[in-house]
Design a protein around this ligand. Structure first.
Ligand code: BG6
Length: 480
C-alpha cells in the first residue's frame, strides 16, 4: 500500500516553542481551513510540560488567538482541527519518552503505524537536534526504507549546527537514520514569495540574464536590516550572534540565488546543485583579509539586555564583502550586511551595473549618481525597481536617477500564503526545492567559521540604536 501524502502524522518536537506558537500552529490551522490538508491527519505535540490532550488543545487555541488574532472564524471548523491534536510529555534526552511517543503515534494514526506518513519537525534549540535524531534511531522511529510504502521525513529548523564540525556531525547522524530525500532543512527565507521570484525574474526574462555577469555588473549589495533588537532572545543570541543567526543562512542563500548559474531544470537537485557551486566558490576570509572585508558591530545597550553577559562580545551587526571566485563573478564584490536595531526594517538586493564607457552628461565620477540598478525589495514592500538616468526638464542637460517599479500588491491579488504555509505544504508533498541540502549547509558553515576564526573574538564596533551600523561598514561599501 502506498501512503497518501495527505494522510499524515506530524510530530512537533518543541510543542511549547515560540516558533510553534507564532508560526507553526497558525500555519497548520490555516492550511486546514483553506482545504489544503484534505486527508486525515494528526498533529502530535511533544514537550516537557505535563499536559493532557485537552489542555494542549486549549493551549494551541490560546497561542493562535494571541499571535494570529482573527484567523479562528469558524468555531466548528476549529473544533474539528483541535480533535486532531494530541500531546506527549517527554524529555527529549530520554529514550523512554520515544517509546511513549511511538505508542501515541500508533494510537493517533489512522494508518497502521509503519505504513503511515510521519513527519518529525524539530522546533527545538540546535543542541537538541542530535539528541532527538539519535533517540529516534534508537526507538526505531526513523527509517530509510519502509517496506509497506510508508513515508518518513524530518524537518530541521535553522540554525543547523553551530559550526562546520557540528553540522557535519549532525548530517552524518541524520544520514544514518534518514536518506537525504527525507531531510528538509528549513530556512524560512526560501519560502518567501519574493525570494522565490529571484529565480523567476532571472530565468524567465531574456533581457537580464545576458547582463548578469562581471562584464556588466559592478557590485551586488544584500541588506537584511531590522529596526528592533534581540527582543527576549538574549540566551539564544549569546550563543549564536548575527553571523550564525542571519548571514550563514538567509544572507548566503540570497547571495546564492542572485549568483547561481541557470539550472538544468527546475528540479530540487538541479537548483540546489547550482546554489552549492556558488557557495563553494566564495573566497574564505583569512587573518590577512578580515579587516578589509568584514565589519562586526554590537548595538549600544546590547550588554544590558536580559540574559546577555555584561562584557559580551557577541555581534548584532555584520557587513561582509564576499568574493565569488568563479568565471561569471570574479572581481564583483557582493556586500552582505545585516543587523539588529538598525534604522529601518528592510530586506533588499541591489544590483548595480557598470557605468557606460563615456559619461557625456557630467563628470566621470558622477556616473554612480544615475548608475543603472535592479533593486529587488524582498520586504516589507515586495517590489522590483529598475533605476536609470533621465534628463531633468529644462535647458541644461542634467541627468537624474528615475525608477520603473513593479509592486506585487498592485499586480496580483495575494493569496496570503506565508513562508511557513508554503514550506509545510512542500514538505508534505516531498518537494525539496526550497530546503537546504547537506552540501550547501556545510559550505556555508565553512565560510562563517573562517570569518569567526579570523575575527578571533575581537570586540565588535559599538553602533547607536537606529543607525545603519558602525561607520566602518559604510567604508566597506565605499571601497567596493
Ligand atoms: C530568523 C532570525 O531566522 O529570521 C531572526 O533568527 C530574524 O533573528 C528573522 O529576526 C527575520 O525573519 P523575517 O522573515 O522577519 O525577515
Amino acid at each position: 500500500m502506498q501512503t497518501d501524502a495527505h494522510h499524515f502524522t506530524f510530530v512537533l518536537f518543541g510543542a511549547g516553542s515560540d516558533l510553534a506558537a507564532r508560526k507553526l500552529y497558525p500555519s497548520l490551522y490555516q492550511l486546514a481551513r483553506w482545504g489544503h490538508l484534505s486527508g486525515s491527519y494528526r498533529i502530535i505535540g511533544a514537550g516537557r510540560t505535563g499536559l493532557s490532550h485537552e489542555e494542549y488543545r486549549l493551549q494551541v487555541r490560546e497561542r493562535i488567538a494571541e499571535f494570529s488574532p482573527g484567523i479562528i472564524e469558524d468555531e466548528e471548523h476549529f473544533a474539528d482541527f483541535c480533535r486532531k491534536l494530541f500531546y506527549v510529555r517527554m524529555d527529549f534526552g530520554r529514550i523512554d519518552g520515544y517509546h511513549a511517543l511511538h505508542q501515541e503515534i500508533m494510537n493517533a494514526s489512522v494508518e497502521p503505524d509503519l505504513c503511515s506518513h510521519l513527519l518529525f519537525y524539530l522546533s527545538t534549540p540546535p543542541s537538541l537536534a542530535p539528541v532527538i535524531v539519535g533517540n529516534l534511531r534508537e526507538a526505531g522511529l526513523g527509517g530509510k526504507t519502509l517496506r509497506c510504502g510508508g513515508l518518513r521525513k524530518i524537518l530541521v529548523e535553522k540554525p543547523y549546527g553551530s559550526d562546520l564540525q557540528s553540522a557535519v556531525e549532525l548530517n552524518a547522524l541524520i544520514a544514518s537514520v534518514f536518506s537525504e530525500n527525507q531531510v528538509f532543512r528549513i530556512d524560512h527565507y526560501l519560502g518567501k514569495e519574493t525570494v522565490q521570484n529571484i529565480l523567476v525574474f532571472r530565468f524567465s526574462n531574456g533581457i537580464f540574464e545576458p547582463l548578469w555577469n562581471r562584464q556588466h555588473i559592478a557590485s551586488v549589495e544584500i541588506t537584511i536590516a531590522e529596526d528592533f533588537g534581540i527582543r527576549d532572545r538574549g540566551a539564544f543570541y549569546e550563543q549564536a550572534g548575527l553571523f550564525r543567526d542571519i548571514i550563514q543562512n538567509h544572507g548566503l542563500q540570497l547571495l546564492a540565488s542572485v549568483a547561481m548559474e541557470p539550472p538544468v531544470d527546475l528540479s530540487a537537485d538541479a537548483v540546489r546543485d547550482e546554489k552549492a557551486k556558488v557557495l563553494r566558490s566564495i573566497r574564505l576570509v583569512t587573518h590577512d583579509t578580515v579587516d578589509r572585508e568584514v565589519v562586526a558591530g554590537q548595538y549600544d545597550g546590547y550588554r544590558r539586555e536580559k540574559q546577555v553577559a555584561p562584557d559580551s562580545l557577541t555581534e548584532t551587526f555584520a557587513a561582509v564583502r564576499f568574493h565569488v571566485d568563479n568565471w561569471r563573478w570574479k572581481g564583483v564584490p557582493f556586500l552582505v550586511r545585516a543587523g539588529k536595531n538598525l534604522a529601518e526594517t528592510v530586506t533588499e538586493i541591489v544590483i548595480t551595473f557598470a557605468c557606460p564607457p563615456q559619461n557625456f552628461f557630467g563628470p566621470a565620477e558622477s556616473c554612480s549618481y544615475t548608475a543603472n540598478q535592479v533593486i529587488l525589495r524582498i520586504q516589507p514592500e515586495e517590489t522590483i525597481a529598475i533605476r536609470f538616468g533621465a534628463k531633468r526638464p529644462g535647458e541644461a542637460v542634467i541627468t537624474d536617477p528615475v525608477y520603473m517599479r513593479f509592486d506585487y500588491k498592485d499586480a496580483f491579488s495575494r493569496p496570503g500564503m506565508t513562508p511557513y504555509h508554503r514550506l509545510l505544504l512542500d514538505a508534505l508533498a516531498g518537494n525539496q526545492l526550497n530546503f537546504i541540502r547537506q552540501d550547501s549547509v556545510e559550505y556555508s558553515w565553512a565560510i562563517i567559521d573562517a570569518i569567526r576564526q579570523a575575527l578571533a573574538g575581537a570586540m565588535p564596533d559599538v553602533y547607536p540604536v537606529g543607525s545603519w551600523g558602525p561607520p566602518r561598514a559604510s567604508e566597506l561599501k565605499g571601497v567596493l
